[in-house]
Ligand binder design. Structure first.
Ligand SMILES: C[S@@+](CC[C@H](N)C(=O)[O-])C[C@H]1O[C@@H](n2cnc3c(N)ncnc32)[C@H](O)[C@@H]1O
Length: 280
């Protein structure tokens, strides 16, 4: 690509060739739409429109960085989750579509006609807490993270989205819950095994390791939080956690060992075992 003014259609076609990955079309569209400050639908509505020199230069710079492996969400600083436009930084996990399955499962249980006390442990960008807050304005939500930097991003997301029913507190797993009891405790904790090669591959290598890795089998944090959450659930309160595709049996055992009942495992939209829940 050179310095001449090109149309949206031409820029996208050239970018897809440059990127040459499975996600090339989507990546190129997300990046170009962000450069233009427009939704992706704009690209399809106005394919012949010329892109200004400054925006084109920005797009080419991002394309180079994407080719070098940086995640699209780190370039744009944004990721959509549950239709919420979230700020994402190098200090936060990039929210995943599979976590939306967990939000959907939790919403089936959380009442919409009365208040509920809810905790989201390890909130990252605030994805789970803010999705629930947007759907359940009467809920009182406490969102925690051990990373003060992640929590700052989550707080900023809540303010920008004007979701006022979420409080943010720093600390490890159940420590920030003090002596409070909750109707629902939700968490998508780190659950990748320390030696898993996926940690060194693709977009994942650009995300904080502390948001991803959890001991030799990836179960260290799940073990801690399944245990401690039992002491912070009100009667009949639910613990709902996300886990790895092959961890369902072990997580179920953790729930049983900590005295939960009505334990069930659920698949995400891709048909992969992903969420376990149980009640006190
Ligand atoms: C897999 S990320 C999930 C982030 C967000 N909930 C999401 O679904 O996009 C796990 C999060 O747990 C946080 N975390 C790691 N260890 C923690 C601990 N001991 N106590 C609380 N949060 C922790 C990380 O900082 C990270 O934000």
């Amino acid at each position: 690509m050179n310095g001449t003014t090109l149309s949206i259609k031409t820029l996208l076609a050239q970018a897809v060739q440059t990127l040459a990955t499975d996600s090339a079309q989507l990546d190129a569209e997300v990046l170009l739409a962000a450069c233009l400050g427009k939704p992706r639908s704009h690209l399809h509505a106005w394919p012949e429109r010329c892109v200004g020199a400054e925006q084109q230069a920005q797009f080419l710079a991002w394309l180079q960085r994407r080719t070098a492996g940086e995640p699209v969400a780190h370039l744009t600083g944004r990721r959509e989750f549950w239709s919420l436009d979230l700020t994402v930084t190098v200090d936060t996990l990039i929210p995943r579509p599979e976590t939306e399955s967990m939000v959907a499962l939790a919403l089936e249980k959380i009442p919409d006609d009365r208040s509920a006390h809810i905790a989201d442990l390890g909130t990252g960008t605030g994805a789970i807490a803010l999705a629930i807050a947007s759907e359940r304005p009467n809920a009182e939500i406490l969102a925690t993270d051990i990373s003060a930097r992640a929590l700052a991003v989550a707080t900023q997301n809540a303010q920008r989205l004007e979701l006022r029913n979420v409080q943010f507190v720093a600390g490890s797993w159940c420590v920030p819950l003090t002596d409070r009891l909750f109707d629902f405790i939700l968490s998508n904790p780190p659950y990748i095994a320390d030696a898993d090669p996926h940690l060194q591959a693709g977009d994942v290598r650009h995300e904080p390791r502390s948001a991803l890795a959890a001991g030799p089998q990836g179960l260290d944090d799940l073990q801690r939080l399944v245990r401690c959450a039992a002491g912070h659930l009100a009667g009949n309160g639910w613990l709902i956690v996300e886990h790895g595709y092959d961890q369902g049996d072990r997580v179920r055992q953790l729930f049983t060992g900590s005295g939960y009942r009505d334990i069930s495992d659920h698949m995400d939209d891709a048909g992969i075992s992903r969420v376990t829940m149980g009640r006190k």
